[in-house]
Ligand binder design. Structure first.
Ligand code: CTP
Length: 404
């Protein structure tokens, strides 16, 4: 994910505490991800952490002295009390890996090293990433300590499941650096969509002809993915109905995978009641094969045509369920952009439509940028040229937020 959020995180500061677990070897990559997203990082290492990774590595990657000792004076102002100065500087406190010992001490408010003193003195949100042997993690003592932290409002990133360095299999792995960086970015983001439920459809649909062939379109799901990530980062509850895509959606979204237009229609109907906003970014097939044959159509069958029926128009069909929900549609147009989009918005009863120019470089399917207009019944809100899809996603959400 990295520096892909559309928000300037450049002025944010993360104090990054590293404790002594084998997963400390991932700390340099976490620093790389954070600094790559424009975040200022101050590393604090426990004595045990320094057995696994050297302060020199983290100093080089953060571009700052690494804090290791309660009684040194590495800050520029030698008269600052180190743990208080660091605690005050943090917009977020990250501890990764967090050992069972560190978690137990955090739960009890013990402050017997620089890292623990600094956390205790900080009013910033804290993100703890536990990493340890599966039995240490499942031990009631550790689970109780994690529960104490959760109740206190500390954010806990669930450990990943897999092969552990100690030879055991199970939960306890430190999640991958990019997952941790994404979680930090989310916690630093302005939560202006908190409490809003957004249902987003994206990707193409595939309409099967036989077990081998199907009809689809050029949609890759990139615009939908940018919207999903942006909405999640801004605190919305996001549910996704996705056609077949080769994309990893943001980890916070609940994703329902479907294949064809009819399945997408059913899934939208089932999930609409919980949504405040519907964004139909999917490229739904307009026509579906009138029959499906279980047996593969052979060359010798001399097929000369494929009979098609119109598919269900999802937006038009769910119009009666709209009530006070905010409906956003997308339109891909090669000509008469504004007129076609306006006509679609009115026909489908939409509150907003985003119309993309397709058939030109830098816009539409499989591109990282889009050109087009954002239209509401009041008129054109924006006319954008080659805007990257992440920035466009945030702009669309800005317009939605002003209206819900
Ligand atoms: N849409 C839908 N159901 C369909 C086709 C499209 O709900 N069967 C939605 C799309 O998700 C999009 C909007 O309608 O938000 C406009 O899609 P588009 O394909 O541009 O419009 P169509 O109505 O299919 O018209 P045309 O293909 O003729 O331009």
């Amino acid at each position: 994910m990295g520096n892909s959020t559309g928000e300037d995180l450049g002025r944010k500061t993360v104090v990054f505490g590293i404790t002594g677990g084998i997963a400390a070897y991932k700390a340099p990559l976490i620093v790389r991800g954070l600094t790559g997203a424009g975040i200022e990082v101050h590393a604090v290492m426990t004595d045990s952490a320094r057995e696994f990774v050297t302060p020199l590595t983290l100093q080089t990657l953060t571009g700052r002295p690494v804090h290791t000792d309660m009684f040194s004076t590495v800050l520029s102002n030698a008269y600052e009390v180190e743990h208080i100065a660091l605690a005050d500087r943090a917009d977020l406190f990250l501890i990764a890996p967090a050992t069972a010992n560190c978690i137990a001490k955090l739960a009890q408010g013990i402050a017997d090293d620089l890292l623990l003193c600094t956390v205790l003195a900080s009013k910033a949100p804290v993100l703890v990433c536990p990493s340890m042997n599966v039995n240490m993690l499942s031990n009631k003592a550790t689970q109780d300590n994690l529960e104490i932290l959760r109740k206190r409002g500390v954010h806990i990133l669930e450990p990943a499941v897999g092969e552990l360095a100690c030879g055991w299999e199970g939960a306890g792995r430190l999640p991958e650096p990019q997952r941790i960086v994404a979680e930090v970015e989310r916690l630093l983001f302005q939560q202006d969509l908190e409490g809003v439920s957004v249902l987003i459809t994206c990707g193409p649909t595939c309409e099967d002809i036989d077990p081998v062939r199907f009809i689809t379109n050029r949609s890759t799901g990139r615009m939908g993915s940018a919207l999903i990530e942006a909405a999640c980062l801004r605190g919305a509850r996001v549910k996704v109905i996705s056609g077949p895509v080769n994309i990893d959606y943001a980890p916070w979204a609940e994703v329902v995978m479907v294949r064809c237009a009819h399945q997408m229609f059913t899934a939208v109907q089932e999930n609409l009641q919980h949504a405040d906003v519907l964004i139909m970014a999917a490229a739904v097939a307009d026509y579906v094969p009138s029959t499906y044959t279980d047996a593969k159509i052979k060359k010798g069958d001399k097929l000369s045509s494929i009979a098609l029926n119109p598919s269900v128009d999802i937006l038009s069909a769910i119009k009666p369920m709209k009530e006070d929900r905010f409906f956003v549609g997308f339109a891909a147009e090669t000509e008469n952009l504004a007129d076609s989009a306006k006509d679609k918005m009115e026909r489908k009863g939409l509150d907003m439509i985003v119309a993309n120019r397709i058939g030109q470089t830098g816009s539409g399917f499989a591109s990282d940028t889009n050109s087009g207009i954002v239209l509401t019944p009041e008129g054109i809100l924006d006319d954008f040229e080659q805007m990257d899809k992440v920035t466009l996603a945030h702009k669309i959400l800005d317009f939605i937020r002003e209206r819900v």
